[in-house]
Design a protein around this ligand. Structure first.
Ligand SMILES: Cc1cc2nc3c(=O)[nH]c(=O)nc-3n(C[C@H](O)[C@H](O)[C@H](O)COP(=O)(O)OP(=O)(O)OC[C@H]3O[C@@H](n4cnc5c(N)ncnc54)[C@H](O)[C@@H]3O)c2cc1C
Length: 405
């Protein structure tokens, strides 16, 4: 039995190792188009590799996937984040769970994950072929003929193929799979920062606001979490989450839309006014700039006062209803014009890929070609940051490695 894994990334290695453990007699080979394997995993999580997320339930875990939630919810019953952690630990890679549930190798170094995979491949006798980009796949008498990007190279014959080529930013990269009948959901980027040209905001660069709610004006998309203000706009978990939830919408709008920022954890005007009134009663003699409501960072609070045309030196006790309403409005619904996306040290994944409607999500087998399987980001599955994208790779690769059994 000859099994080809196309793509030497996270999903490819996980599929190869599991398939060989399931079918020890099989010849298993990983074809990688570039000159090195696992290059994305190496730089992942800032070089530390956020390998999964310790979300407490399958429900909570599935919610991290704007694309693929429903299908993954079922797949996680078979191989969850807990199973993934156990898998790695059993194979000699100790893991540690951070307070925010992100899971990393104890070594805090992605290289130890790579070592783990490469050692297992050696032990299990899995072949790894570099500079072996696959260009075509044909079926002939129940066998697959793999053609390579290097025109001089002979094609090779296999009984099973698992495609783990990762996200393809360009639709043409998926043409060879489309030709076989698979529906392709147009790839667009996900997980990016937003560019906002607003001098007053840009001046606040470096500030992290712990609990904001972001909303796209007149749309259903929203996110919450920490927000980082940068010199070109905004980044941080809340921004990345919004870029993931609204990846397709933002692409359609050419990354130009109105963003509503609630700086105070989604509190409404009424609650904010109440808090401001309490402060004015209890701290009458304090000047406004010195007593910050909701523990807002100083520079942000001062810029809100400027926006409301309120003097920094005004006393809290001299504030009236009109001031409170203006501040509440600026804190609950600060409107900005987004004018593009940027990449900033963060992960970047592709929304789109081989549509789940073209595969059997119980086995990850193609609906058009028997014995052809998919795993990882090549599928129309992607998650928010926090180890969820690797978890999708582990789960789909694990299921595909049973080859439909
Ligand atoms: C900077 C960065 C940091 C990230 N950090 C994290 C993180 O900490 N946690 C997390 O969960 N996710 C993270 N991600 C996302 C995560 O890396 C991906 O979701 C994951 O690598 C997907 O695995 P994959 O195997 O499907 O694809 P990939 O890892 O992209 O691997 C695909 C492989 O297939 C090869 N290939 C492509 N086409 C062909 C072909 N035709 N023939 C042969 N080979 C081919 C590619 O060269 C590549 O090596 C990060 C992403 C980036 C960019």
């Amino acid at each position: 039995m000859r099994i080809a894994i196309v793509g030497g990334g996270a999903a490819g290695f996980f599929a190869a190792i599991n398939v060989k453990e399931n079918y020890p007699e099989a010849y298993v080979v990983i074809f990688e188009k570039s000159s090195s394997v696992l290059s994305k995993l190496k730089i992942s999580g800032g070089g530390r590799c956020n390998i999964t997320n310790a979300a407490k339930s399958i429900n909570e875990l599935s919610k991290a996937y704007p694309r693929g939630e429903k299908a993954l919810k079922k797949m996680f019953q078979r191989f969850s984040n807990v199973d993934a952690m156990e898998w790695f630990q059993k194979r000699g890679l100790p893991l540690t769970i951070q307070q925010d549930n992100c899971v990393f190798p104890v070594s805090q170094n992605s290289q130890s994950v790579i070592h783990c995979f490469l050692n297992l491949c050696e032990k299990l006798n899995i072949a790894i072929k570099l500079n072996s980009g696959v260009r075509s796949l044909q079926m002939q008498n129940d066998k697959f003929i793999l053609g390579f990007q290097d025109g001089n190279r002979d094609s090779e014959e296999f009984d099973f193929v698992i495609v783990t080529t990762g996200g393809s930013p360009k639709p043409e990269g998926l043409d060879w799979l489309k030709k076989l009948g698979h529906e392709i959901s147009t790839p667009v980027p996900s997980l990016f920062s937003l560019s906002i040209k607003d001098q007053k905001l840009n001046k606040l660069m470096g500030i992290v606001v712990e609990d904001v709610v972001l909303k796209i004006q007149s749309e259903k998309f929203s996110s919450n979490g920490a927000l980082l203000i940068t010199h070109w706009g905004i980044s941080g978990p809340a921004t990345l989450k919004l870029s993931s939830f609204a990846a397709r919408f933002m692409n359609e709008k050419n990354y130009a839309f109105k963003l509503l920022v609630n700086w105070v954890g989604g509190r409404n005007d009424e609650l904010i006014v109440q808090e401001l009134w309490n402060i004015s009663q209890n701290h009458q003699a304090k000047i406004m700039t010195n007593y910050r409501p909701f523990n807002l960072p100083t520079a942000l609070w001062q810029s809100i006062l400027d926006k409301c045309n309120i003097s920094h030196s005004k006393l809290w006790g001299d504030c009236g209803k009109n001031d409170f309403n203006k501040i509440a409005n600026s804190l609950s619904c600060d409107i900005y014009s987004v004018a593009g996306k940027t990449a900033f040290k963060e992960e970047y994944v592709t929304c789109g890929g081989v549509s789940l409607s073209s595969i059997d999500s119980k086995t990850l087998q193609s609906s058009f070609c028997k014995n052809l399987f998919f795993a990882g980001e090549v599928l129309d599955i992607d998650g928010i940051t926090g180890g969820f994208n690797f978890q999708a790779a582990w789960t789909t690769a694990y299921i595909a490695s049973f080859l439909g059994k």
